[in-house]
Design a protein around this ligand. Sequence first.
Ligand SMILES: C[S@@+](CC[C@H](N)C(=O)[O-])C[C@H]1O[C@@H](n2cnc3c(N)ncnc32)[C@H](O)[C@@H]1O
Length: 110
Amino acid sequence: MIGLQIIFRIGCMHLTNTIFYLKKINILEIGSWEGLSSYFILHSLPNATLTCVDTWEGAEEHKTGDATTEDVLSNIEVSFDKNLSPFIDRLTKYKGTSFSFFNENSEKKI
Ligand SMILES: C[S@@+](CC[C@H](N)C(=O)[O-])C[C@H]1O[C@@H](n2cnc3c(N)ncnc32)[C@H](O)[C@@H]1O
């Protein structure tokens, strides 16, 4: 009985994944950095569109600590653009804070 339940659950997971894979969905990502998660989303979901919101200036921890180098910081956006270039037709880039994004898009259905 437990074996059947497990098989049923795995079947449901596959069905959910397939529906998610096929569906046209609009995804909003706050904080994209060099675009690795953005790349993963657009690569994994061929029918999805993605809006990426980032200042591309680094977060506070990047500016104060030793979390990254000056060189990386000055090239974040260039790296993002390069990494996401295969998906340019399904990508919307918003350069700014999440606060300004939501202020400007409060009426819009993303
Ligand atoms: C950990 S990184 C994101 C990593 C990325 N999602 C990935 O998987 O490669 C965090 C990013 O969030 C951005 N960020 C943090 N707070 C933000 C805010 N309020 N508005 C826009 N971007 C923000 C930073 O600029 C930084 O690029």
